[in-house]
Design a protein around this ligand. Structure first.
Ligand SMILES: *Cc1c(COP(=O)(O)O)cnc(C)c1O
Length: 361
């Protein structure tokens, strides 16, 4: 087997034990004579996977009672629309923190469906910094406040959460979900596409607090309504069974490895290796992000020119490291260091960065 270090931003590297388990069970699931993806989503076997995934999410996050766990299709992108459809119906308004490319997309959909007021906009600083959460001036009449916990393209991450009082805090947690502990009770709604930290593409996790669910519109088309999914344990229609199965295997692995305390420790260790390598070669590598908000998931950095950046990415690939090219909209380099990236991956990258800087600096 030739598994390389995959630094792709998503879909991305998954834990080998989860992939191997899926491979082992793929054709003949637990002696049933068929694959899990060939059987009814109402079967006992799938039911165990579905509930297994949902309860693993509850355990890992230490989710208090009073939250619904939904597993939906359409990625995080559908949530950009579903959140305002459900919570801004009938002329509602929300407060937004515009922290980068993903927040802007979420904001655009919200603005199509209701009123949006920006309580932070990082455009002036080219989206390299975040506000002090305590300094945000939230409108107490806002239907919700939206934040993006980790900007996957810009490489910045909230370290602290705003206190929003009675206004529900809504968070796009797609690219750092399950990579650290969170005070779940402070959020009204969390959504995350699975394909960064917890599984393959095809499923998004939505956690919605019951009091927020109670405020949702009740006249939406069935699939677009959170109420529909909550009332049916997220089995209203055929769920993305394959993606949910792989997510469950990934979450099982995460629990066996020590849960979110360990995930957080590893994320810090991996990111430190790469940021330290950048700092060792100041003037050659440069991270544009405010040091207070640098992401532990997506480390973005520049080299002195684009030619060297291209060379860096190509040579890294020759050394068994893929996916280091920055997002096409911003250029540069980006190392995505999600849960399943082994520490050795970050060590190998840091050593390569040292070597590359010495040879080209
Ligand atoms: C990847 C990503 C998305 C988009 O997710 P899809 O599942 O592709 O719709 C949204 N927000 C953030 C922060 C992301 O990283």
């Amino acid at each position: 087997m030739n598994r390389i270090y995959n630094f792709s931003a998503g879909p991305c590297t998954l834990p080998l034990p989860a992939l191997l388990e899926a491979q082992r069970e793929f054709i003949d699931y637990r002696g049933t004579g068929m694959s899990l993806i060939e059987m009814s989503h109402r079967s006992r076997e799938y039911g165990e996977v579905h509930e297994g995934a949902r309860s693993a999410i509850r355990r890992l996050l230490d989710l208090p009672d009073g939250f619904q766990v939904l597993l939906l299709g359409g990625g995080a992108t559908l949530q950009f629309a579903m959140v305002p459809m459900n919570l801004l119906a009938g002329g509602g308004r929300c407060d937004f923190t515009v922290s980068g490319a993903w927040a802007r997309k979420a904001r655009a959909d919200a603005a199509r469906l209701g009123g949006v007021r920006d309580v932070f906009d990082g455009a002036d600083g080219d989206y390299t910094s975040l506000p002090d959460p305590a300094a945000l001036e939230i409108d107490p009449r806002a239907a919700y406040v939206h934040i993006t916990s980790n900007e996957t393209i810009g490489g910045l991450q909230w370290q602290d959460w705003p206190e929003t009082g009675d206004v529900p805090l809504v968070c796009d947690m797609s690219s750092d979900f399950m990579s650290r502990r969170i005070p779940a009770e402070r959020f009204g709604l969390i959504y995350a596409g699975a394909q960064k930290n917890v599984g393959p593409a095809g499923v998004a996790v939505v956690l919605i607090r019951d009091d927020v669910l109670a405020r949702c519109a009740d006249d939406l088309p069935a699939y677009l309504s959170y109420r529909t999914h909550a009332a049916k344990d997220s089995l209203y229609n055929t769920p993305p069974v394959f993606a949910i199965w792989l997510m469950k295997l990934t979450l099982d692995w995460l629990e066996q490895e020590g849960g979110l305390i360990e995930a957080e420790r590893r994320a810090e260790a991996r990111a430190k290796l790469v940021y330290d390598a950048i700092a060792r070669h100041e003037g050659f590598y440069r991270c544009p992000v405010d040091p207070r908000f640098r992401s532990r998931m997506n480390v973005v950095f520049r080299l002195p020119n684009e030619e060297l950046e291209g060379k860096f990415v190509a040579e890294a690939l020759e050394h068994g490291m893929s996916g280091l090219k920055g997002h096409r909209s911003v250029g540069g380099c980006r190392a995505s260091l999600y849960n399943a990236m082994p520490l050795e991956g970050a060590e190998t990258l840091a050593a390569f960065m040292d070597d590359f800087a010495r040879r080209n600096g």
